[in-house]
Design a protein around this ligand. Structure first.
Ligand code: NAD
Length: 485
């Protein structure tokens, strides 16, 4: 047997300690060779005044062991507290969140008999950057950040994962009919990378119909790769339609470190009552054991767990008169899995982890160098706070205070053009996006032109609150057009 592998364990909040206890007992009984460092993260740490939910000694442990088994934690509601999950995923560069969702028909009632889908969720970008600002009395903003390297890494990971696990198809979900720059980039990168994998089928769905199809006919999907927020939502949907969100485990994978957890949260309403299903965390732990090359232990636990499910020994979340034989609590479920170690399911497909080849996936998602592009400044959007004026009055004020280099082209409010030629029916807030372009269409703009414009607007008493530069890259427009532009 291999020597002990150091891992970091956090028992979490809510149902976390119960399901972690069950998971650790099962791994111990199965002979997992683990040298466990326990850290405290989450609610108790937040309450000690550490707003990140994690202290320096915990980071030290994570960076030392580089393998983290984490029970769910509670993110306190309200201002000031950052989501620790998001902080950890970003700080440790855990860019890929891999969430397999399977149905266990006929032993667990589910909406669909044949679910076997892996959600590969981008884990670091998107609206989860958490960059939010109130810009005017009426308007708040959240920045959606999508990067080419981030998109490349996760999409290549999805294709490499598909290859390594013998999967046939990778589907991309975006909303690029609306968000042509951000989701558009993700979709473009998907098309580019898909072309490098002719052996794997690829397709794209707009997220809304894609999610509807996933809920209605999940058997048509194999591997799904998508942006952070969509991935968060659809992996709960995919897990729930297999019978319970309590079944799904997830791996958060990065080059420096990996974190394994359940898909679900800390379920505070059932905490401390021996009701929770430990299967989600156990399935995360099985992924961890494979990651640290204890394939034999992973296989033994997985097959014992499948046998327990097949024997109808179920926690309350998946218990039904029709499919279950015995309703058990968290502890008794763990005991039942331990009793079945060494056994394999008779009807459900037993797993075999001897010959897996995942270790090299990360080596194959290295970024390729990109040639430097030529960037040109072709305009500027100035955002203005004005609660008292109409669109025409805002335009008049801006026109009276512009510069020789720049002229006002249009104004939008909540993305809809309101000047020139707006409609009286359009509802306007105090937040105006005012697009300036060069007076001479051939003139090149400089940053000084921007500074001069803001200086002139400031002198004229305009309350500008933010600017966005309009660029082209290698001559291609790299900003969205306003409606009606
Ligand atoms: P949740 O996933 O905790 O619970 C959703 C529903 O599923 C509840 O009805 C719950 O009782 C049930 N459920 C969840 N896990 C179960 C299990 N193992 N066995 C049986 N039933 C189970 O989602 P929530 O209520 O929205 O969130 C609660 C807290 O968890 C919040 O503070 C949230 O921020 C946090 N959260 C943490 C993580 C994480 O640590 N990775 C993930 C999601 C939510």
């Amino acid at each position: 047997m291999s020597s002990k592998v150091p891992i970091t364990v956090a028992h979490g909040d809510g149902i976390g300690p119960e399901i972690m206890d069950a998971t650790l007992r099962i791994m111990d009984a199965a002979g997992a060779q683990l040298d466990i460092e326990t850290i405290e993260v989450g609610e108790k740490v937040y309450k000690r005044g550490i707003t990140s939910g994690i202290d320096d000694s915990a980071w030290d442990s994570l960076l030392r062991t580089r393998v983290f088994l984490k029970a769910p934690i509670t993110t306190p509601q309200g201002g000031g507290y950052k989501s620790l999950n998001v902080t950890m995923r970003k700080t440790l560069d855990l860019f890929a969140n891999v969430r397999p969702c399977l149905s266990y028909t006929p032993f667990v009632d589910s909406k669909h008999d044949k679910v076997d889908v892996v959600i590969v969720r981008e884990n670091e970008e998107d609206l989860y950057a958490g960059i939010e600002h109130q810009q005017t009395q009426q308007v708040v903003q959240c920045l959606k950040l999508i990067t080419r390297p981030g998109s490349e890494k996760i999409i290549r990971y999805a294709f490499e994962y598909a290859r390594a696990y013998g999967r046939k198809k990778v589907t991309c979900f975006t909303k690029d009919n609306i968000m042509k720059q951000t989701d558009g980039l993700f979709h473009r990168v998907f098309d580019e990378i898909a072309a490098e994998y002719p052996d794997i089928e690829n397709e794209h769905w707009i997220i809304d119909i894609g999610s509807a199809l996933l809920a209605n006919s999940p058997e048509q999907f194999d591997v799904i790769v998508t942006l952070n927020l969509y991935g968060d939502i659809i992996s709960d949907i995919a897990a729930q339609i297999t019978g319970s969100v309590g079944l799904g485990g997830s791996a958060n994978v990065g080059e420096h470190c990996s974190m394994f957890e359940a898909i679900h949260g800390s379920a505070p309403t059932i905490a401390g009552q021996n009701l929770a299903n430990p299967s989600g965390l156990l399935n995360g732990a099985i992924q961890m054991l494979r990651h640290i090359n204890q394939h034999d232990v992973a296989e033994k636990i997985h097959n014992a767990w499948l046998t327990t499910i097949e024997d109808g020994i179920h926690t309350g979340d998946i218990y039904s008169e029709k499919s279950s034989k015995q309703k058990v609590g968290t502890r008794e479920f763990a005991d039942a899995v331990i009793e079945r170690l060494g056994r394999s399911p008779r009807q459900l497909q037993a797993v075999s982890y001897e010959s897996s080849d995942r270790g090299s996936i990360l080596d194959r998602v290295k970024l390729k160098p990109q040639p430097r592009m030529t960037k040109a400044l072709v305009g500027i959007d100035v955002f203005v706070d004005d609660a008292d004026c109409s669109a025409d009055q805002v335009a008049e004020q801006l026109n009276n205070n512009s510069t020789d280099a720049l002229k006002l082209k249009l104004i939008t409010n909540r993305g809809v053009k309101v000047w020139p030629q707006g409609y009286d029916s359009t509802f306007c807030t105090d937040h105006w996006r005012c697009r300036f372009v060069p007076r001479n269409a051939d003139a090149e703009l400089s940053r000084q032109d921007v500074v001069d414009l803001l200086g002139a607007l400031n002198a004229g008493g305009v309350d500008f609150i933010k600017t966005e530069h309009l660029y082209t890259f290698d001559g291609t427009r790299a900003y969205s057009l306003a409606q009606g532009e």
